[in-house]
Write a protein that binds this ligand. Structure first.
Ligand code: DX5
Ligand code: ZN
Length: 211
């Protein structure tokens, strides 16, 4: 089953609640929430208080992608705000195992995120502890960038390493790249600019292959 996770980074921030309601009606599975601290990545987005407000008006799975230094400092805040899944970048924490265990200790799903140039080998000792691996197919920090081709090889390698782990792909996903990442083994698709430039339902359906 392919899950579609629209990234609200491309939404109209002045009407975020309405955007979430529209996405739910349009068939989104998850809502992908990009948290940027202006340090781990060059951009700043929004934090836990915004998620807490959105939680009141949506039953969708909240997929929180932390692009912050030392994410262990904020796990509790995001859990309390209503996160269902939290993913952290390999390079963002000195103690990846401890951070993954911390996320899991709250009874929610934990994921690990790889930047484009981060090798799949870095998952060797952690892959059996996570629910999801997030493969960045652009350099994190901004929406609307082009898909990096070698991400396909990484998805295949992760699929071989642990066939039952959820593999999420983030960056440059369109109907065309979606088909390719699904073939490579991905089952959760993040899409920002593609979904928000047009009819949400048509766009979401097209990511699943037009069904
Ligand atoms: C980038 C973010 C993405 C971004 C994707 O740092 O992690 O989730 O919103 O945007 P698109 O789909 O436009 O590449
Ligand atoms: Zn993201």
């Amino acid at each position: 089953m392919i899950k579609v996770a629209p990234s609200v980074l491309a939404a109209d921030f002045s009407i975020l609640k309405e955007e979430l309601v529209s996405l739910e009606k349009a068939g989104a599975d998850y809502i992908h929430l990009d948290i940027m601290d202006g340090n781990f990545v060059p951009n700043i987005s929004f934090g836990a208080p915004v998620i807490k407000e959105l939680r009141k008006c949506s039953k969708l799975v909240f997929d929180v992608h932390l692009m912050v230094e030392m994410p262990e400092r904020y796990i509790e805040d995001f859990v309390n705000a209503g996160a269902d899944i939290i993913t952290v970048h390999v390079e963002s924490t000195k103690h990846l195992d401890r951070t993954i265990e911390l996320i899991k200790s709250y009874g929610i799903k934990a994921g690990v995120t790889l930047n484009p140039a981060t090798p799949v080998e870095s998952l060797k000792y952690i892959i059996n502890k996570v629910d999801m691996v997030l493969v960045m197919s652009v350099n994190p920090g901004f929406g609307g960038q082009s898909f990096i081709e070698y991400s396909l090889d990484k998805i295949k390698e992760i699929k071989n390493m642990r066939p039952d782990v959820d593999i999420e792909v983030d960056g440059g996903i369109t109907d065309i790249t979606a088909k390719r990442v699904i073939e490579a083994g991905a089952n959760v698709l993040v899409a920002g600019s593609y979904v928000f430039n047009g009819d949400y339902k048509e766009k979401i359906d097209s990511l699943r292959g037009g069904k």
